[in-house]
Design a protein around this ligand. Structure first.
Ligand code: CMP
Length: 149
């Protein structure tokens, strides 16, 4: 994992991506600007795990580049792939909303770049913007149902 500088180009990229994500699209510009001030940008290698099932979560992620796999354990050794995440997708919301451990392991299937929002700033965004809160909770509920199937 390598921290990258958030240049103007990435700021534009985040704004563009966030407009395509349902819940960010409903955010007002003021809040989006607040988030932009707090967002960090990281590069992950192919094979690198971004978060691990069962561990506590402290960040929310938006995929800028690359492809990641979401896997849940089916036993001590084996796991099942439940989803693939591509640019414009986000993850890591479930542990932050419920304060429960990560529900899945998310690993890079190719070199990937992610925008990262730390828990305090994520919670601030949820508190400040009911539309964001509503959409992110909907997403977490849908993913929870998918995991329980
Ligand atoms: P969290 O539990 O914090 O950490 C693992 C993340 O994987 C989880 O939040 C979701 O963002 C994501 N995730 C879990 N299940 C699915 C799913 N079925 N489809 C897509 N993403 C998922």
């Amino acid at each position: 994992m390598k921290k990258l500088q958030l240049t103007d180009a990435e700021t534009v990229l985040f704004t563009r991506i966030s407009r395509k994500i349902n819940f960010f699209a409903r955010m007002n510009m003021g809040l989006l600007e607040e988030i932009l001030k707090r967002i960090e940008y990281y590069q992950f290698d192919k094979g690198e795990k971004v978060c691990r099932q069962g561990e506590p979560g402290d960040s929310f992620y938006v995929v800028a580049e690359g492809r990641l796999g979401v896997r849940v354990k089916t036993g001590l050794i084996f796991s099942r792939k439940v989803a693939e995440l591509i640019p414009g997708d986000c993850f890591g919301e479930m542990a932050l909303l419920t304060r429960a451990p990560r529900t899945a392991t998310v690993a890079c299937e190719e070199e990937s770049k992610l925008f990262i929002l730390k828990v305090d700033h994520f919670e601030e965004a949820v508190k400040q913007n009911p539309a964001f809160a509503e959409e992110i909770k909907k997403l977490a509920d849908a993913r929870k149902s998918a995991l329980n199937k």
